[in-house]
Ligand binder design. Structure first.
Ligand code: PEP
Ligand code: MG
Length: 889
């Protein structure tokens, strides 16, 4: 027979798994000598046993009786005794807080006899009957399964009959009558009587709380919060104390410091003559805690002392619930309190200053997500009102601008000084100029790794994607919301990329002091505690971390910004981003070239443009590694859209004109190069192997840029990276070409150009044959976007919108594997590749440059997997630095 019940004097906060958070902390407070009404805890183990078998675990009942006796002895009263009964509360309390998701039954012990005793002992008949009424209602619904609605209807009917606007106007005899009605209701609905035996009430209430672990609400909550289903809840049984016995009683909540800003000092709300439930339900307006000092100075003083004791003991911000019963203060609950990101940084720094926690502990208490939150301007949500639509929070921040429906319009208006939001069904590389020009991007389709999301994140641009309730009509230049509201081009809207919401009009913005600090390295307001705390956390993290942090950057501006944010190099320069705009014509010529000469001319025209890009990036990252990836996407991405072309030709012909021969040629090429699955088609290293001259041009541009930088006295450190390798042979062939061109440029310039050549590991086959591939690679960089796509067989452009929400609901996974690395599957491949790669080449440098490189949880995985660096978008660099430091603690 197991042990299923613990007295408050027997537990402690390190027992939250067994006693639940609430029970463990009540035990801790009891141990500290704080005034906690006596009680005991029925363990999560008992709950698990009950849920597994449907039967009460053997011996539990007896153990409860024994602990109840101890409470009765201490109180000098017996549960439900007819004169002045002891009453109990029965509450749920899981390891992780699940506020309001499970059941509670209060006032256990009242029955037809003890209600009279309570009336007499309290000298308050109305209070006694109201308590009994509450018990019958809570027990009836929670334990006996009667719809709460029925009780509420009965209450409403009675109030109408009495002409009473609220239940405070009902007197003791009204409430006594209501108890009778409630009991009849229970009998009619269940065929059973409300149990008069206090022991039976207690026993059944405990089991009902166990059962509520599997209630609909609780299950949904767990799924959303990623709380495992098999933990079970503990049940806390505690002597009732009453805050509703008159003006010298009351209930409140308090924090040891302000959870919104972290500022020290008492903070909270108080409601006189009320139970804790009333404070939460907001039936009357609470007063600030400071008011309690006037109402009951002695209790206020004691409360302040207890809060200080708690904060010193927990060495963290605590929140508590308390009740004052006729001038006596009782502590009913405490826990380490939730707080805003701002408060988290401020509190950690302050507690470290006070010597309550170490610097390492301070670092462990802040998070990359919190930092990301603080880096962006925010909307003042107290004034925004209801959103027009919701979507995925794809790239954080807040932006305001006029809705525009294509890239050209965005560019035109932005050039005229207008702030715009680019609204599209989804974006393509064609939208890039518009995205650059816009304050924010809003799409009705696509997930968090859709083009819009990835590019926006890379640019630090606000983005909400997959706002499915929106119908975007690009032609009519408007969108329609789920409610049928129409937003025409030019209408100002506000996009909240942190929350995934879109608001009408210009919502007021609050600027980010943290961002100002990161961008300039200076703290404008010397007194800004949060900025100061962020700066200190980052310094600590930089000292602690083993992982280097590089940035994914394709332009000198991005590279320079990333460097200001602390990047130690560029981990991924995607050269395709340099093939857009004006240069597209040259790519077209290269693709359409009928002979070598034409192709070479097109490539030769591209060369100086590419070289200039590389010079700029190498200069911005002078002295630090810059990993330049050879062209990756399928070439037809650089050709016009098939439908657009076909329509253009058909329209011309319909007018009796001859189509532009260039258009016809283009259409022919588009048809020729069409692929059903372009992501698995002619891209990556495959392009290099089949398009003559392409690799040579890119490598020459890199090598000449290195030469130019060296001649200018710089210290360029270019690295050449080959994408989408699946077999060592592919890399070997491409590598030969790379080395040939490097030697050529070295000979021409008289400057020895050596660049490490490495590969992306972004196909399962590459990971599984990493040992062989390492023979041809000086470095690996995991492309976890493609590796996730190909390991799961999920199209990264489609699945998030298509079925991920269903998968998340069904619990197939808790977060999108495109966001947080899937440790079991993709992570395993990473592990294999690291082990086999290093075994073959011990000095192999290994990094990651997929989106996961900037995801806090994934950073911890990459640290543990032994990688050398993570590379992420410039705006994620501070986040990754912080998390890499935390991972190393
Ligand atoms: C990747 O696949 O993770 C990667 C970084 O490459 P891209 O996103 O450009 O395919
Ligand atoms: Mg890739």
């Amino acid at each position: 027979m197991g042990r299923y019940v613990y007295d408050f004097t027997e537990g402690g906060r390190d027992m939250a798994g067994l006693l639940g958070g609430k029970g463990a902390n009540l035990a801790e407070m009891t141990g500290l000598g704080l005034p906690v009404p006596q009680g005991f805890i029925v363990t999560t183990e008992a709950c698990r046993a009950f849920l597994a078998t449907g039967a009460e675990p053997e011996g539990m009942s007896r153990q409860i009786s024994r602990h109840l006796s101890a409470v009765e002895t201490a109180a000098g009263r017996v549960l439900g005794q007819p004169d002045g009964p002891l009453l109990l509360s029965v509450r749920s309390g899981a390891r992780f807080s699940m506020p309001g998701m499970m059941e509670t039954v209060l006032d256990i012990g009242l029955n037809d006899a003890s209600v009279l005793g309570l009336a007499k002992a309290s000298g308050n008949e109305r209070f006694a009957w109201d308590s009994y009424r509450r018990l019958v209602q809570m027990f009836g619904s929670t334990v006996m399964g009667v719809d709460t609605e029925l009780f509420e209807r009965a209450m409403t009917l009675l109030k109408e009959r009495r002409g009473a606007p609220d239940d405070l106007q009902l007197d003791a005899s009204d409430l006594a009558g209501l108890v009778e009605t409630y009991k009849n209701l229970i009998h009619v609905v269940t065929g059973e009587d409300f149990p008069q035996s206090p022991a039976e009430q207690l026993r059944r209430a405990v089991l009902a709380v166990f059962g509520s672990w599997n209630g609909e609400r609780a299950r949904l909550y767990r799924r959303r919060e990623h709380i495992p289903d098999d933990l079970g809840t503990a049940v806390t049984v505690q002597r009732m104390v009453f805050g509703n016995l008159g003006p010298d009683s009351g209930s409140g909540v308090a924090f040891t410091r302000d959870p919104a800003t972290g500022r020290g000092g008492l903070y909270g709300d108080y409601l006189s003559n009320a139970q804790g439930e009333d404070v939460v339900a907001g039936i009357r307006n609470t007063v600030p805690l400071a008011e309690l000092e006037r109402l009951d100075p002695a209790s206020y003083r004691r409360l302040r002392e207890h809060l200080r004791t708690l904060e010193n003991h927990y060495r963290d911000l605590c929140d508590i619930e308390f009740t004052i019963e006729r001038g006596t203060l009782w502590m009913l609950q405490t826990r380490v309190g939730k707080r805003t990101a701002e408060a988290a940084f401020a509190i950690a720094a302050e507690l470290a200053d006070e010597g309550l926690i170490t610097a390492d502990e301070a670092l462990s208490r802040v998070s990359g997500d919190g930092l990301a939150h603080l880096m962006f301007p925010r909307f003042d949500t107290s004034v925004t009102g209801d959103p027009l639509a919701r979507g995925l929070p794809a790239s954080p921040g807040a932006a305001v601008g006029a809705a525009v429906f294509d890239s050209a319009e965005a560019v035109r208006r932005a050039a005229a000084g207008e702030k715009v939001v680019l609204v599209r069904q989804e974006t393509t590389p064609d939208d890039l100029p518009g995205m650059v020009a816009a304050q924010a991007v809003l799409t009705s389709r696509g997930g968090k790794t859709s083009h819009a999301a990835v590019v926006a994140r890379g640019m630090g641009k606000v983005c909400v994607c997959g706002a499915e309730e929106l119908t975007v009509d690009t032609r009519a230049r408007r969108f329609t919301t789920g409610d049928g509201a129409v937003v025409e081009e030019g209408t100002v809207i506000s996009v909240d990329g942190s929350a995934g919401a879109v608001y009408p009009g210009a919502a007021p913005l609050v600027d980010s002091a943290v961002m100002r600090y990161l961008e300039t390295g200076a703290c404008a307001e010397q007194s800004d505690k949060v900025v100061d705390a962020v700066a200190r956390s980052l310094q600590l993290a930089d000292r602690a971390r083993r992982l280097e942090v590089r940035a994914n950057a394709d332009t000198p501006e991005d590279a320079a910004r990333a460097r200001r944010f602390g990047a130690q190099g560029v981990g991924l320069c995607r050269t395709e981003h340099m093939f857009l705009g004006e240069r597209r014509k040259l790519i077209e010529q290269m693709i359409l070239a009928a002979d070598d000469d034409t192709r070479e001319r097109a490539l030769a025209a591209l060369l100086p443009l590419q070289r200039k890009d590389f010079v700029g990036i190498l200069e911005a990252m002078d002295g630090l590694p810059v990993t330049i990836r050879l062209l990756d996407p399928p070439l037809h991405e650089f050709l016009p859209d098939h439908t657009e072309l076909a329509v253009r030709i058909a329209t011309t012909e319909a007018h009796g004109d001859l189509p532009d021969p260039h258009d016809a040629e283009l259409l022919d090429a588009v048809n020729r190069m069409h692929e059903e699955n372009p992501m698995l088609g002619l891209r990556g290293v495959r392009l290099g192997l089949v398009v003559p001259g392409l690799v040579a041009m890119q490598v020459r541009a890199i090598a000449e840029a290195v030469v130019e930088r060296r001649r200018a006295g710089g210290s360029p450190k270019a690295e050449i990276m080959v994408p989408l390798v699946g077999a060592v042979e592919e890399l070997r062939i491409e590598r030969e070409e790379v080395e040939r061109v490097l030697a050529e440029v070295s000979a021409e310039s008289g400057i020895e150009v050596t660049c490490p050549v490495g590969t992306m590991i972004e196909l399962p086959r590459a990971a599984l044959t990493a040992g062989r591939i390492a023979g041809q690679a000086e470095f690996f960089s995991f492309g976890t976007n493609d590796l996730t796509q190909t390991t799961w067989g999920f199209s990264r452009d489609d699945v998030e919108a298509a079925f991920f929400s269903a998968y998340l609901d069904k619990g197939v996974f808790a977060t999108s594997p495109f966001e947080t690395i899937d440790r079991e599957g993709v992570g395993r491949l990473v592990g294999i590749a690291v082990a086999e790669g290093r075994a073959a080449r011990p000095d192999l440098t290994i990094g990651v440059c997929g989106e996961h490189g900037g995801d806090p949880e994934s950073v911890h995985f990459f640290h543990a997997a032994g990688l050398d660096y993570v590379s992420c978008s410039p705006f994620r660099v501070p986040v990754a630095r912080l998390e890499a430091g935390r991972a190393a603690l």
